[in-house]
Design a protein around this ligand. Structure first.
Ligand SMILES: [Zn+2]
Length: 270
């Protein structure tokens, strides 16, 4: 029996899983979707507020991952999760679920949340061994100290909240773009590409791994999908899109996998 559970977004009590619903002792109920996930965003989103990655972005990301293009970073996260000995792992901002599934391949139980319902639906459909919910990274639907490891890949990083759900001694594995990430793609999309900004809100790191690899893009469809899985997609003109499809025969990925340890010392972040 799992020691982790979703927490009721109304009253904060633990939700118990039934066949078709998650329910709390106060009587709040949340339907389990056909694909198995649960929507824990209450009261809907504010109009114009963030709704997470859209269908095109999510499906393209899934296609690029299934083609093996991002295996070096997905494997690096998986290896770090396995090495940590974690038996319970949360992916905060899990997207379509591939990083979480790989991180849990050694047998850990996996929990994923994302703001994007289309992403969570796709994740739940493919990775039925994990639990998924629509929820915000800023308000994780879990009790304090629930997880041995938390993954955060290219998602917002509210460290207080990530550390809150981590057990003392647990590890947060955070993936961010390195300075040269997808530089060639950015150069095709923008006249004056800006480098990725450094993160100055992070706590001290235990270990920093730079993961760099070249993605071969022989296939035109794959080139478009790589563009579509990035935020550049939204601001790309048709002309630039065609340029990418014609010229992006390969691209260098540059990512940073940072390990943060939650210590038991009271001076450390919760
Ligand atoms: Zn409740």
């Amino acid at each position: 029996m799992s020691s982790v559970s979703f927490r009721c977004p109304h009253c904060g009590l633990s939700l118990v899983s039934g066949e078709r619903t998650w329910s709390c002792p106060s009587g709040h109920q949340f339907d389990r979707a056909r694909e198995g996930y649960v929507n824990l965003m209450v009261g809907g989103r504010l109009a114009g507020g963030p709704s997470g990655d859209d269908d095109t972005m999510v499906r393209s990301r899934r296609a690029v991952f299934e083609a093996g293009c991002y295996d070096p970073i997905i494997d690096a996260v998986g290896a770090a999760a396995k090495a940590s000995g974690a038996t319970s792992i949360l992916d905060a901002g899990c997207g379509e679920g591939t990083y979480l599934a790989r991180a849990c391949a050694a047998g850990a139980e996996g929990w994923g949340i994302d703001l994007s319902k289309v992403a969570v639906r796709l994740a739940a459909r493919k990775y039925q061994q994990c639990e998924f919910a629509v929820a915000s990274v800023y308000r994780l639907p879990f009790a304090d100290a629930s997880f041995d490891a938390v993954i955060d890949v290219f998602s917002p990083r509210p460290f207080d909240e990530l550390f809150r759900v981590l057990r003392p001694g647990g590890v947060a594995l955070v993936v961010t773009p390195g300075a040269d990430h997808l530089a060639r793609l950015k150069a095709l999309v923008y006249d004056r590409p800006r480098p990725h900004a450094a993160d100055d809100t992070a706590p001290p790191a235990e270990l920093v791994q730079r993961v760099q690899f070249t993605v071969a893009l022989d296939d035109v469809v794959l080139r478009r999908q790589l563009l579509e899985m990035t935020p550049y997609w939204w601001s790309t003109t048709d002309e630039r899109r065609e340029l990418v499809e014609r010229e992006l025969t390969s691209v260098d990925a540059d990512m940073v996998l940072t390990h943060y340890r939650k210590l038991s010392s009271p001076s450390m972040p919760r």
